[in-house]
Design a protein around this ligand. Structure first.
Ligand code: GDP
Length: 454
């Protein structure tokens, strides 16, 4: 996501490194290159203009002095301004004082609304809420059953005009199945009766913008008085995202934006323009078809990622949600003491792999942009092989790898379908890594690592 923009910007900014002072010409050149990078990433022209003007003014101004060197100052300014156009602070959902909180989803057909309804429902459950989905897309054939499938997968109940019998006729609560406004209203009522605390209303989209669509969305909005109207937009549609956003802002109005399909080769322009153009914040980002490919949008983390500074906070959060804190702490203690065993190593590896494909995890580290080729070369299959080798060892061997002599190596290799060289490499590297980790943690005084109080 944002790979080429990130490459360009890190390239431009790293050219400044090593300069004792920056002349106005240096700043002008840098700004010109940043401008080109943004335009190529499909960021809308007015946004680029304002952005560049601010950077230029700040970079040339008195601000460039103090503890940071000139290149660092410029990076700091670009970072702050990027955070600014991405919306500044992370914007959380505003919950209704009296439940249920009503969240309405709007956007073009194919933007990812139905998929999002499931992801959002799943995320809300994890936050301790009791969501319900309401199927108001009565136009697209199959939309209601798609939402039902999504809901089932996410473990969220779905209110539909009348389950399973298709469109038409009188449904649950005597609501006419053809009237999305009535379905929306009845859905909210049902959530109140069932004491569900959040209602997510999935609405119909069209392939293009049209008045009828806007009118319907407006009517649903008026009937349900939502606490949030989320405009869902496919980040891959480039400049069109801005036009569509503007049309929805004028026609229906919304309180927040959800960017979807950030996993595609999106150039990022939508993300960087939509907030400036509509004045509404990006609240969530969707980056895949799975339920978990979804996160709260943090402008500061995204800016950091775009500038190649990594997204360590998201990495830590992901780690925390998948790791067993006690296990991690025990492992850290063993690392410090130089007592890590292959059993521990295997456990750690399994925990890391629960966080997703290894390339995605490494991609969040600072400098990941420069290591892109190396990261792409990391293959989950290599890790499968390491796992197979360790699994082929006896518990005694895992606990005390020193006993793994030549005949044991041969047995392990045969048992796990690899060569003796593979086993040798793994064991040798393990000893080297254990030594290095113990030395590093000793030097850095990391005895307390992982002991963060929660
Ligand atoms: P709707 O018409 O707005 O309800 O859109 P859907 O939820 O049906 O999504 C349209 C298509 O986009 C489906 O094939 C989804 O699986 C896919 N999709 C939705 N969100 C994402 C995403 O974040 N990444 C990717 N790669 N595909 C997505």
């Amino acid at each position: 996501m944002f790979d080429s923009l990130s490459d360009r910007l890190t390239g431009v900014l790293s050219d400044l490194r090593g300069k004792g002072r920056l002349s106005d010409a240096d700043i002008d050149r840098t700004c010109r290159e940043i401008r080109l990078a943004l335009l190529e990433a499909d960021v809308s022209l007015p946004v680029v203009r304002t952005f560049i003007a601010k950077i230029k003014e700040r970079a040339k101004g008195a601000e460039v002095s103090g503890a940071l060197n000139p290149a660092q100052q410029v990076v700091k300014i670009v970072n702050e301004e990027l955070i600014g156009i991405l919306g500044g602070e992370t914007r959380r959902i505003s919950l209704a004082k009296t439940p249920p909180t009503v969240i309405m989803l709007a956007g073009l057909q194919g933007a990812g609304k139905t998929t999002l309804a499931g992801k959002l429902g799943n995320w809300l459950i994890k936050q301790g809420h009791t969501p319900m989905l309401v199927a108001c897309d009565l136009q697209r054939p199959g939309a209601v059953s798609q939402l039902q499938i999504v809901g089932e997968r996410a473990g969220v109940p779905v209110f539909a005009p009348h389950a399973g019998t298709g469109v038409g006729g009188e449904g649950a609560l005597g609501v006419s199945a053809g009237d999305p406004v009535a379905v929306a209203r009845a859905g909210v009522e049902q959530a109140r009766t069932e004491q569900r605390d959040v209602v997510i209303i999935d609405t119909a989209g069209r392939l293009g913008l049209d008045d009828e669509l806007m009118q319907q969305a407006s009517d649903i909005r008026a009937a349900t008085d939502p606490d949030e109207v989320l405009f869902v937009v496919d980040a891959m549609i480039g400049q069109d995202a801005v036009t569509t956003a503007q049309a929805f802002a004028d026609g229906v109005g919304f309180t927040g934006v959800v960017l979807t399909k950030l996993d595609g080769d999106a150039r990022g322009g939508a993300a960087l323009s939509v907030r400036e153009v509509t004045g509404q914040p990006i609240m969530f980002a969707s980056s895949g078809e799975k339920l978990d490919d979804f996160d709260v949008f943090h402008p500061d983390r995204m800016a950091s990622r775009i500038l190649g500074m990594g997204d360590v906070l998201s990495l830590i959060e992901q780690a925390e949600s998948h790791w067993d804190a006690q296990q991690a702490e025990e492992a850290a203690a063993k690392i410090v003491g130089g007592e890590l065993t292959l059993e521990d190593f295997l456990e750690q590896m399994l925990m890391i792999r629960k966080m997703g494909p290894i390339g995605n995890i490494l991609g969040m580290l600072p400098g990941a942009g420069q290591m892109k080729d190396a990261i792409a070369a990391v293959d989950d299959k290599q890790l499968d092989r390491v796992q197979a080798i360790i699994r082929g060892m006896t518990p005694a061997e895992r606990a005390n790898p020193k006993i793994i002599n030549a005949s044991r190596r041969l047995r392990i290799a045969n048992g796990s379908g690899v060569t003796v060289t593979d086993v040798n490499q793994l064991v040798d590297r393990f000893f080297e890594a254990r030594k290095m980790m113990a030395q590093m943690s000793g030097r850095m005084g990391m005895g307390g690592i992982n002991r963060r109080s929660k």
